[in-house]
Design a protein around this ligand. Sequence first.
Ligand code: F6P
Ligand code: MN
Length: 352
Amino acid sequence: MRRVTLTQYLIEQQRQHGKVSPELRLLLEIIARACKAISHAVSKGPLAGIGDAVGTQNVQGEAQKKLDVIANEVLVEANEWGGHLAAMVSEEMEAPYKIPNRYPKGGFLLTMDPLDGSSNLDVNISVGTIFSVLRCPEGMMEPDEKAFLQPGVNQVAAGFAVYGAATILVLTVGNGVVGFTLDRELGYFVMTQERIVIPEDTQEFAINASNARNWDLPVKRYIDECLAGKTGVRGKDFNMRWVASMVADVYRILSRGGIFMYPQDSKYKEGRLRLMYEANPMSLIVEQAGGAATNGRARILDIQPSALHQRVGVILGSRNEVERVTRYHTGICRTDVRQIPNEAPPQTDEAV
Ligand code: F6P
Ligand code: MN
């Protein structure tokens, strides 16, 4: 069997489809190399104290783990010198990281979550790296926060690595979604999924059910209907999975379908996940794989961001299920709500 490496894939995209410029190819190869280094560090586990807290908090007020900080440094150091980037934004840094003057600047902006799901590190469950690539607006030599505030439809590439039993890199350059697996002996990524397609229907949902008391009515309705199984309105049984690492949950959905939800609720009024470096890249990947991604009311990729670390509700995965939950938000009426068992009627005819 012909083994297609990440480099070969990118060169093919450059030659045949014009989707990848040499500068973008360099960027993506550098990210892949950084992911290899992070994967290596993650695999050391407790031997390297990777789950240890460092006593600091990130901009979101979350406790930083040693490896959160290491992964951020690896990505920044790998990307600052190549001449392909104008600036970077990371979950671990409050302000955009400007490329030092000693290095040339390029035409792309990178946003990243260096280590997604890091609360899972100390229990040896998959974590990952998420990234999104935007173009730097023309003529902006010193890009500030505003340069990054572009809707997700503007992304030229997005991807994530999941550091699980195998290290897998999922990538889109706007021409479908491909998956690569790290060959640890040879040291490079080999294509293992040529065209990832999410089935339109599913019987598997992912949500943190401990937030159930905070959910809005449309989410409660959807989950109640799934839980009712064969005897309920859906007429089929559903299974539930929740890894608590978005990278692992989304990878499962890309592999066999499903719906992932971290919706806005009465506790997370803006949502829990970050738009610029979690929701947007995952939404582009999911859409490129034939799925859908909304915040319950609107397509995530159309949202105009107003802040770098903005949060957003996320409902993504198998198209028919995402459309159903979105319909429950946008088209709900009193009659619909009364079908929810044990649910108090809403104050208005509108979705809450
Ligand atoms: O980055 C945020 C994150 O770690 C996601 O990877 C994951 O989906 C979510 O938080 C887990 O949230 P919770 O702790 O509520 O299960
Ligand atoms: Mn994350």
